[in-house]
Design a protein. Sequence first.
Lengths: 391, 191
Amino acid sequence: MLSALEGSQAVARAVGLCRPGVVAAYPITPQTHIVENISKLVADGQLQCELVSVESEFSAASVALGAAAAGTRAYTASSSQGILLMGEVLYNISGLRVPMVLTCANRALGAPLNIWNDQQDSMAVRDAGWIQLYCADNQEAVDTTIQAFRIAEHTEVPVMVCVDGFVLTHTLEPIDLPTQEQVDRFLPPYRFERALDSRHPLSLGTCVDPLFFTESRHSQHKALLRSMQEIVAADSDYAGIIGRSCGGVLSVFGSAEAEIAILAMGSVCSTLQEGMQIFSQERVVKLIKLRAYRPFPVSALREVLQGVRELVVLERALAPGSGGIVGMEVRSLATTMNSPPRIHNYAVGLGGRDVPIEIYPRLIEAVTCATEPVWFEIFDVEVERLPIEDR
Amino acid sequence: MIEIRIHGRGGQGNVVAAYLLASAAFEVGRYCQAFPNFGAERRGAPVMAFVRLDVRPILRRSQVRTPAFLIIQDPGLLNVAGVLDGLQERGGVLVNSSRSSEELSHQTGKTVVSFAATHLAMQITGKPLANVALLSAFASLTGLLPREALVKALSSRFKEDVLAKNLKLVDMIADRVPSKSWKEIADALST
């Protein structure tokens, strides 16, 4: 049943429906209402779960790691600088192949200090060995959160659910929460094969010397690649039980035959989708909504890019000194195609800069008029506001 | 689609007002979207919140730039640049002020409905928070939100004594503004 819920509240309730054993979080900025709402569920007796309030994000991730390693379903949430402070532990969690779920309420990284939405935080840990799934709206945030536990537990790879800060987390809109019975069917009680247990002692996190480190990295890389099937399977089973799909690793809107395409991740996809409807007199376009960024769905992308001549890759972050991050990977993929599209790479909506719906016709116009592909630009940067030497 | 922008200062319950408005509209079967645009996170700083209501699912997530209605919780903000920006030609401005609607309409060149919401809220709830009073006035002006919808929205957020006082405030406000004078424009945008 639909209810009008704030994104953070809905995600908290989705986590509650997954019956986590331990939720650990640093409760202060940069935090969202997610853990606040989980703590309320626990306090009201609606969720049997150990909630651990810790003194930093490093500790939040560490407590969740310990809990998950001991075999319980564990969860944490953070954003921005909090994700960076977790960085070391994030690599440990994935390297130890301990399944857990984290919500990253995507926000900018300082300096300059900025609390608003972009995706620099999750991009900063894109190579931490976590599955990263990006949500276009709060319904997807709820559905992806529930799917994430199943994906993590089936693959023993942790999952980061990336939900745009403010734009989704602080937005109230109609959201459907599945019933407990439905979630229980989708996500049965969990048993971690390698759980730490004093009756059957084993070591987790031993030193791996050069003799085996290479193989351990290979195995982790393969696990991430294999998780692609599980992401698709979890979404399809979820659709079977709950009746809604998030599109697996990616979704395409608009005409499959379009020669112009826009590829984006997260909530900007919703705005672009409406842009396509409103400005339908513009050129025929397709929108590629990338949900799985890690693993990077190379073959699915290659398939939907067939026949595309002009491709806009939009980013909510950047690699200073290089350019786009997603764009870089899409370009490298395009080199394996027989007739690759021209790729135009833009960053938009940095640090909470509004992404108006008019961005859609402007992007289409920009690429249809471009004589050369745009290697990388920050869209709408107002250079005249900068000193001449910085322009 | 009806787009509304709420202006106020941190601590005045602007986001709550936006959430309540959207929730009440949801109760009468509309799609809704409400979100804040926080400035600095401190009391007194100018803040905005946005609301969209539609008969179809709402996809866009950009800020509201051309609102049909403005709700202004602090009359001092009428003098702040940008507050009235983008208001649709036929749109209305609801202001919490002790100055008259005529006076403020003349000053701004817009269709303004004004009443002393803080004063009334203080009398009834004992708190200087104008948001629920303004919400009730907005409901009355537009005819968009019947009383039951407001009651449901308020009940999901407030309990017991606070709820009772706010409901009393809702009932008291309804007749203080020209009922349904903005109904035509609200209806025109609802198709």
